[in-house]
Design a protein around this ligand. Sequence first.
Ligand SMILES: Nc1ncnc2c1ncn2[C@@H]1O[C@H](COP(=O)(O)OP(=O)(O)OP(=O)(O)O)[C@@H](O)[C@H]1O
Ligand SMILES: [Mg+2]
Length: 177
Amino acid sequence: MVDLSLHILDVASNAFKANATLVKIDIEEKEEYIHITIEDNGCGMNEEELKKVTNPFFTSRTTRKVGLGIPLFKQTCEQTGGSLTITSEVNVGTCIDAWMNMHSIDAIPLGDIGESIFVLVTNPYDVDVVATIRFKEQEKVQFKLDTREIKIILDGVPFSEPTIMVWLKEYIKSNLS
Ligand SMILES: Nc1ncnc2c1ncn2[C@@H]1O[C@H](COP(=O)(O)OP(=O)(O)OP(=O)(O)O)[C@@H](O)[C@H]1O
Ligand SMILES: [Mg+2]
């Protein structure tokens, strides 16, 4: 994968298949490391599934036999000296905790995180998304988006409404810059 944003999009999308109603993405940029957590309240995995999940030949998908999302992300983190751990509980949810050393020669850039957040937020399953980003220069949370709050303001107008899509895209872009 060319950048972290695509890994985040890919791994967070697993929450949709897991029938989650909420997925939380937290990105914290430190001096040397970037710390990413992706948490959902979906179906979770039992111990056996959890053991197999970093193995590319384990997948519950039926269209092809190999699931690559998590193994690839884990490999990306580990090749920089970082790590990826998963905790999960059946009917409670799953949490992916990833560290990547940005000073490593094998680190990949964060990429267009705004675009990944936009795609996640406008998911057709109506799953709520909370995204938080703390960049290294700033002390406080620099970016926060919570679709539950936006839905209250929109009062029933769906995210798929073209004018809302345009507004969301602009909102994300301007809050990230
Ligand atoms: N958040 C999650 N909640 C429940 N199960 C999960 C979650 N993430 C992954 N899994 C389980 O682990 C398997 C492997 O996930 P992974 O993302 O590596 O591959 P995939 O989603 O099957 O395929 P790909 O990501 O390549 O499209 C999934 O098929 C699913 O069974
Ligand atoms: Mg996947």
